[in-house]
Design a protein. Structure first.
Length: 323
């Protein structure tokens, strides 16, 4: 009787695990309530790890499919904009941002490769994955080691991911001043801000709003804010994506490399671009053995920023202790 009861409990256990994390051949698959949420691509065929696609709780995809997939209505610019990723365009003069094999880089291209997959943990309210990466020079020698933990939360209407990223310099590493970085998402075309250059279909409906109330690329690009929300409408559904910069991060609050064509990035290193002042240097040097840590939260939500209560969610996030 006890054995039969135990079998029933074990069979039923997965039903209570709302966040699932599973290792695949070239990716780690994340499900919420038994439905696909995102995949974390870490295979040898990629120049960097990235999450693709990202879905709202409704199942609607909020990231651009290209270059992983070809969908009508998407622009095919910036082949290196893959889902959600974290790299930088100038580390000791090496480009880890625009580093696709198909791209003709003016300088040297680096690559971020998986070194070790750590703990994969599912759960009823949240799940997490840990992995270690090497940031390699063109000759294969590592400059940095990246330790990353991503925590995924189950919620009826929100999809939230916390990122805890620590970079350790194997040798002295200079994060150069360039707008080409750093923590970034490429959004679906309907979330892009409409411009005269926008493709006709799907209709571009996006809008950026910062924590201080500023709106649109002209008021947000190159400016500082602890969070920015980017939302739009597809059919009858309004959805948004917020990126939040934790107060413990270097040079908080971050600058925003956020564009009307759907690039949405937090980058503290691009000051001479943001201020149009070549005398400024927003770079940062990490000595050998030193570390640089970034903590971000991404929230995919229904409605606009106000309706989703993004300001309140940020206040909770900002109080999260970073150990």
């Amino acid at each position: 009787m006890k054995a039969a009861y135990l079998l029933i409990v074990l069979a039923a256990a997965p039903l209570f695990a709302q966040v699932g994390i599973k290792q695949g051949s070239d990716r780690i698959l994340v499900t919420i309530d038994g439905k696909p949420f995102t995949d974390f691509f870490i295979g040898s065929g990629s120049s960097k790890p990235y999450l693709h696609p990202l879905r709202a709780a409704s199942g609607t995809v909020v990231t651009r499919a290209y270059p992983m997939e070809m969908l009508e209505g998407e622009s095919h610019d910036h082949v290196h904009h893959r889902g959600l990723w974290f790299t930088h365009g100038n580390v000791n003069g090496i480009d880890f941002w625009a580093n696709e094999p198909s791209q003709s880089a003016q300088g040297k291209k680096g690559k971020v490769v998986v070194k070790k997959v750590g703990e994969l943990k599912g759960g009823k309210k949240s799940g997490s994955l840990e992995a270690t990466f090497d940031w390699l020079q063109p000759d294969g020698k590592p400059i940095l080691t990246e330790q990353r933990k991503m925590t995924f939360y189950a919620h009826p209407t929100l999809r939230t991911i916390d990122f805890d990223i620590t970079l350790t310099a194997i040798e002295q590493a200079k994060f150069g001043d360039t707008k080409e970085g750093t923590f970034a998402i490429r959004l679906a075309p309907w979330m892009e801000e409409p411009t005269r250059r926008s493709l006709a279909s799907p209709k571009r409906t996006g809008k950026m709003v910062a924590s201080d109330g500023k709106q649109g690329e002209s008021q947000i690009w190159g400016k500082r804010a602890p969070w920015v929300d980017y939302y739009g409408q597809t059919g009858e559904e309004t959805l948004g994506v917020a990126i939040m910069d934790h107060p413990s991060n270097p040079k908080h609050p971050t600058y925003w490399h956020a564009r009307s064509y759907g690039l949405f990035a937090a980058n503290v290193f691009g000051e001479h671009d943001y201020y149009n002042d070549k005398s400024r240097d927003g770079g940062l040097t990490v000595p050998a053995g030193g570390t640089l840590r970034f903590v971000y939260r991404v929230v995919i939500h229904p409605g606009n920023a106000e309706q989703a209560g993004i300001a309140g969610i940020y206040q909770q996030f900002s109080k999260m202790k970073v150990k």
